[in-house]
Design a protein around this ligand. Structure first.
Ligand SMILES: NC(=O)c1ccc[n+]([C@@H]2O[C@H](COP(=O)([O-])OP(=O)(O)OC[C@H]3O[C@@H](n4cnc5c(N)ncnc54)[C@H](OP(=O)(O)O)[C@@H]3O)[C@@H](O)[C@H]2O)c1
Length: 327
């Protein structure tokens, strides 16, 4: 089998494609031929040694895959050879095949392509967790999504629209704003031209409000304070991530004023203590996708050999929606 190997932390072009012997299959394991490996923002940080967690070297990056079962262990009864599945691998997904415990593999619904199945888990589970579980958002509320053309942002547009929220999508390019509109954003805001606070408040005013109810922020950096200031009374600022590379310092007086709230969203950290709820959440997300209520984007495909370009495009904000490596 072939893998993308990170042998030392550093520039993306240090990644190598290597031949490895097939992994042994345990009695409770399945072997999966990878059809698509999802690329996430964090993968580029991992291989450069810029993430807070540094995997022991060498390691194979890649946290999400979709593919076809090619072999099942002697004790596996609920999965069969030929079945389409997806898996959250954590690491090790940038490979032509993976071996995982059968319990980690979930059947891919007919409604989903392999590309969608390899890219929706992190983005949709984060968005669902943020809006349903952390924010307890309700229909009719006004939601401002930053980074709305990226992975977790676009998923929040889709989940928010499906919950009956009015979504204002903020993004830096026409292509990103267009994909957000296609996923249900009611209006858009150009972060390279518009003053975020002014534009968001004007949009809210048209709905008879003096600010938005929710800000969903996976970007951080300089937009954060402006977004906080666009919140109405009792508005909630959801801290999702810091793709801009800068952790914002928000003025506490702007939280106090109007009785606003700042809410942390750490889906990954929550899973450990809430396994059953997380399984139920995945079930609910899959049911919504199968019912046609949610629409994970079809990702842009990169050849396996182009892993450095795929990760570089992600980190340089060139990806609209999601992307995958195709072994
Ligand atoms: N809290 C959680 O549980 C959780 C779960 C998953 C991911 N995350 C975090 O959420 C963040 C976004 O992840 P993602 O998968 O949505 O990434 P993504 O697909 O790359 O989207 C991030 C967006 O951030 C914006 N951005 C602004 N400045 C940027 C910069 N200097 N570099 C890169 N992007 C920049 C870009 O939108 P514009 O071009 O429109 O500005 C880009 O589309 C990451 O920090 C990730 O670690 C958090």
């Amino acid at each position: 089998m072939r893998v993308v190997s990170c042998n030392s932390f550093g520039p993306l072009d240090q990644l190598t494609i290597e031949e490895r012997p097939p992994r042994e299959l345990g009695p409770a394991d399945v072997r999966i031929e990878v059809k698509a490996a999802g690329v996430n923002f964090v993968d580029g940080l991992f291989v450069q040694g810029l993430y807070q967690v540094k995997p022991p070297l060498p390691f194979v990056p890649g946290g999400e895959i979709a593919g076809v079962v090619t072999e099942v262990g002697a004790e596996v009864s609920d999965l069969a050879v030929g079945q389409r599945v997806f898996v959250s691998t954590g690491l090790g997904g940038f490979a032509t095949e993976v071996v995982v415990p059968a319990g980690a593999a979930v059947a891919t619904p007919d409604a989903m392509t392999d590309g969608q199945a390899a890219t929706f888990v992190q983005s949709y589970m984060t968005a669902w967790f943020a809006l349903h579980v952390r924010a307890r958002a309700s229909a009719g509320q006004l939601l401002l999504v930053l980074g709305a053309g990226g992975g977790v942002g676009l998923a929040a547009v889709d989940v928010g629209r499906a919950m009956g929220l009015q979504v204002l999508a903020a993004a830096s390019s026409e292509a990103k704003r267009a994909v957000a509109v296609a996923h249900g954003a009611a209006a858009t805001l150009d972060t390279t031209a518009d003053d975020l606070k002014t534009a968001a408040k004007e949009w809210a005013k048209a709905a008879g409000r003096s600010g938005v109810d929710l800000v969903y922020d996976p970007v951080g950096g300089s937009l954060a304070e402006s977004a906080l200031r666009s919140l109405d009374d009792d508005g909630q600022y959801l801290v999702i991530g810091f793709a801009a590379g800068e952790i914002p310092r928000l003025p506490a007086n702007q939280v106090l004023l109007r009785n606003r709230r700042v809410t942390g969203v750490d889906w990954g950290g929550w899973i450990g203590k809430h396994q059953a709820e997380n399984r139920q959440m995945l079930h609910d997300v899959l049911a919504a996708i199968s019912a046609g209520d949610l629409h994970p984007v079809e990702p842009r495909a990169y050849a396996f050999e182009d892993v450095a370009s795929a990760l570089g495009d992600q980190l340089q904000r060139n990806v609209v929606g999601k992307s995958v490596l195709v072994p």
